[in-house]
Design a protein around this ligand. Structure first.
Ligand code: COA
Length: 165
């Protein structure tokens, strides 16, 4: 049976940490759906459509991927798409506690779904999208942390915000 997995996140924007999880998961499963959770309470820097475009550009060459924007419950959307597995990246012990809660809740919501945790690469275990954006906005060095298309788009956003001031 072909196994379809779902990797949800806000991806505002996708980082090299996410990309590493996507590459590894795309080798493990027949199909991988990347779900951009659109949260109106958390508008973020990039619109859901921009995040989608950056994911597609950053994942060029991986041909078993599908990228979707969703709202509502991850477990319900994954079920609608026919996904049997939820993929989550684990960065540290703090992530583990939160991720276990989510895994239990998702299991409660959909008894047929399994959560699979992948440990992040050590070099990405302390980054988050917010931290990378903050450092970039303050002019710090973020080389090696973001895929090239994201680096370029973030630089444009920062230049535009400086020009507006
Ligand atoms: N490398 C680098 N950074 C990573 C990472 C990795 N491998 N994995 C996670 N991160 C970062 C993310 O960039 C994010 O950073 P930010 O907070 O600065 O944006 C942070 O860690 C948290 O990531 P994550 O736990 O994946 O949360 P998220 O906000 O990206 O996505 C959803 C959360 C969308 C998966 C979750 O809220 C959800 O499922 N929502 C739908 C509603 C629902 O079903 N709720 C019930 C859940 S049981």
């Amino acid at each position: 049976m072909a196994v379809k997995a779902f990797y949800a996140g806000s991806f505002d924007p996708i980082t090299n940490g996410h990309l590493d999880i996507i590459r590894r998961a795309s080798r493990m499963f027949d199909q991988l759906v990347i779900g951009i959770g659109a949260n109106p309470q958390k508008p973020g820097m990039f619109t859901p459509a921009e995040r989608r475009e950056l994911i597609v550009k950053s994942c060029k060459g991986l041909d078993n991927l599908q990228v979707e924007i969703f709202s509502g419950l991850t477990a319900a959307f994954a079920k609608k798409l026919g996904c049997q597995v939820l993929v989550r990246g684990l960065r540290d012990a703090q992530d583990f506690g939160y991720e276990m809660q989510m895994a239990h809740m998702n299991r409660h919501l959909n008894k047929k779904i399994e959560t699979v945790f992948l440990p992040t690469l050590q070099e990405f275990s302390s980054i988050s999208s917010s931290l990378v954006k903050e450092v970039a906005l303050l002019g710090g060095d973020i080389s090696g942390l973001l895929p090239k298309p994201v680096m370029d788009q973030l630089a444009k956003k920062i230049a535009a915000s400086i020009a507006r001031k």
